[in-house]
Design a protein around this ligand. Structure first.
Ligand SMILES: [Zn+2]
Ligand SMILES: [Zn+2]
Length: 274
């Protein structure tokens, strides 16, 4: 059984819906041993002045977030190992990357998730991204962006939600299959292994046609290439989704051959058998 979840958001993120206290209480009530909050640091959004529903996306109040979560870590330390994380939205622009480096030095998050949300100047989460683009073009553009993100100059621990582009893609068959993108996926997986990063299995798959991202075909290939560092992530933005599909993920991972999860904290890794 998986008893962790290290990718979640609270109202400190612009799109979070659960209060941080409620999210932590819920993680405790689920019996999780390690629970990570990874608020969005959307400096990529900020540089491009991107909007959601015609509203700007305000940058995180990082000072308030870290003060709050560090206090909660102490308060709940006998009940749960609460990890204070950050999700950095990858951007190739050096000014954005320097902002991430500064934030990391200043706030010293327990772990960092490196994520690609923006591709070709827009967030590939939204259906409008796919207008006028073939599936092969859109997914290749996203995957090459993921490949580029692996060389980000700031330290990070986890490579997030490979297949994010398929969450709300408008194609009749939105599933991202290894066999259709094997060249770039092999490059990505080999680089994750060479850089000793953790590959995330993210259960916020929306209408991607899979229970989790990336799906088992890609996870099989990761294992085949020698990858063993895996993290479970619900990417919950409210209390209800914390720990969602943990059993499904555990069963799938065991079938492939994985026998433990890897939890990053302050540059070190904890291995948790499941
Ligand atoms: Zn994300
Ligand atoms: Zn997230």
């Amino acid at each position: 059984m998986i008893n962790t979840d290290i990718h979640t958001h609270t109202t400190y993120s612009a799109d979070g819906k659960g209060r941080i206290e409620d999210m932590v209480e819920r993680a405790i009530s689920l019996g999780l041993s390690h629970y990570g909050i990874s608020e969005h640091f959307d400096y990529d959004y900020d540089r491009l002045k991107l909007k959601i529903d015609d509203a700007p996306v305000p940058p995180i109040n990082a000072r308030a977030y870290f003060l709050h979560i560090r206090a909660l870590q102490k308060r709940h330390r006998k009940k749960i190992c609460l990890l204070a994380g950050a999700e950095f939205g990858f951007d190739h622009d050096s000014r954005t990357q320097e902002r991430y480096i500064r934030a990391q030095k200043k706030f010293k998050p327990d772990f960092v998730i490196n994520s690609v949300h923006i591709c070709l100047g827009a967030d590939c989460y939204f259906p409008r991204f796919f207008a006028g683009k073939s599936k092969a073009f859109a997914y290749n553009a996203y995957l090459y962006r993921v490949l580029e993100s692996l060389d980000a100059p700031y330290p990070y621990d986890i490579v997030a939600h490979i297949g994010y582009c398929s969450r709300n893609a408008t194609y009749p068959d939105p599933k991202l299959r290894y066999s259709d993108f094997s060249d770039v996926l092999d490059e990505i997986l080999r680089r994750i292994i060479a850089k000793d990063k953790i590959l995330e299995v993210n259960t916020s798959s929306k209408t991607a046609g899979s229970d989790f991202l990336p799906d088992t075909d890609i996870l099989y290939r990761y294992y085949e290439l020698g990858g063993r560092k895996i993290a479970y992530a619900s990417d919950a933005h409210d209390t209800d989704r914390i720990g969602e599909k943990r059993q499904i993920v555990a069963d799938a991972l065991k079938k492939i051959g994985f026998d433990h999860l890897t939890i990053p904290c302050q540059g070190r890794c904890l291995l948790l058998p499941f």
